[in-house]
Ligand binder design. Sequence first.
Ligand code: NAD
Length: 493
Amino acid sequence: MPDIQLLPETSAFLDRPHSQFIAGEAIAASGETFDVINPATEAAIATVGAASSDELNQAVAAAKTCFNDVWADFNPYARGQILNKLADLIEQNGEEIAQLETLSSGKSINLARLFEVQQSALFLRYFASWTTKINGETMQPSLPSMAGEKYSAFTLRQHIGVVAAIVPWNFPLMIAIWKLGAALACGCTVVLKPSEFTPLTVLKLAELARQAGLPDGALNIINGKGDIGEALVKHPDVKKVSFTGSVQTGMKVNQTAAQDMTRCTLELGGKNSAVLLHDADIDRAVGALLQLGYIHQGQVCAAPERIYVPNDRIDELLDKFSAALSQAPIGSPMDESNVFGPISNKPQYEKVLSYLQYAKDHGQLVYGGEPFDQDGLYITPALVKASSAEDVLMQQETFGPILTVMGYDDESELLELINNTPYGLGTSLWTNNLSAAMRMIPKIESGTVWINLHTMVDPAVPFGGVKQSGIGREFGSAFIDEYTELKSVMMAY
Ligand code: NAD
């Protein structure tokens, strides 16, 4: 099928110069600029100004002023109304947002519509519904009275202040919403730094936020690479850092934040396992894992990268995966009939190719893994059979379209294999054996365990990692802890 038609609004947005969004204004670029590259063609599609240190200071000052003068005391119900209005505007501008997203990240247009538009609106509405329910508790102090007086105590949940939100390139708008929706719902204000590869949709979002009635300075966007992110984390008026990205960067961010005791939530990488137990329905698991493992070319933090299957069923699994992969259409992400598209950016493309070269050199590549013969950063989805649990492809996050399969015999060996990783984001078990699943769940070292599904992230369910996959939780009611401080009040009467 041909590519979909670009909307005139999309073309007009791309043609405009872009820079920072501070105190409700899109400001003109003042210095260095960088190009946004379409990974499907490798052509530059827009130019964005990188933030100077002056602009960074202005953005934090705008967020601080808005917090102190407006947002912290804003009526909670009215906060929720603005977030709901922003969700409406995301939907109303959904096709433009989806097109901008696909052009800058290579994500299939179908996925851009589903995740960056529909799910972003859904998550935002979830956070909007919490604004009127963020409360402390009353409690009865437990120590005996000294001289007949009585005691009472309660806690206040106080918004933390200016939040630095730093996000990656794989789901740029949706992950930005996870952070700013939570922060704004709790009464914090935000300075958001998108990835240098995908700044466009959050700039569009900032304009929509103003239209929705968000006060100037409540959401500010600054652009640039890691140095701007680092300067933001170090800023003394930033009271909380909410970071999503790689383990390597997350460790640096954590160290930088700790120097000033700045609160920090880290949502980092994974080397997630999908585990077929002995009774698993292989056809069902292959059908699902094909979608979940290779969706957005595997550039999904929670996607399965390690597949464990009983040794006596490994050949059946590899054959079924290979057959299914050979049928999946790959090509332009703006063509609605394609399932696979390009890798999102050149450094990631090079990284994936180097992992595939390793698999080839070690005789492990079972299917795919070839650069595609056309312009753009295309690689056919790959299937690898591991030689040992210590293989590079069983240990390191590839964040690419590579599933690595390994066999096992019994449950205790399997638990060791699942936990044999520095990561701990998500694990799925594919089984109808309730007893085995319930035995294993407490022993699996990961923030989420899915049964007969994988990668599902829902606003009502806390999400985050253990071990090197991160610190803190997003969603559920757990997010409230991350953006508020508890103040205890004790009284004698
Ligand atoms: P990255 O760590 O390279 O960059 C993430 C963000 O941090 C970018 O905006 C980048 O400019 C910024 N940054 C870089 N150096 C910085 C520094 N020193 N201080 C502050 N900010 C800095 O990650 P990426 O390549 O953009 O994203 C891919 C990674 O993100 C993968 O590891 C993936 O698993 C992870 N991820 C995790 C989740 C999750 O929820 N756990 C979700 C999506 C992606």
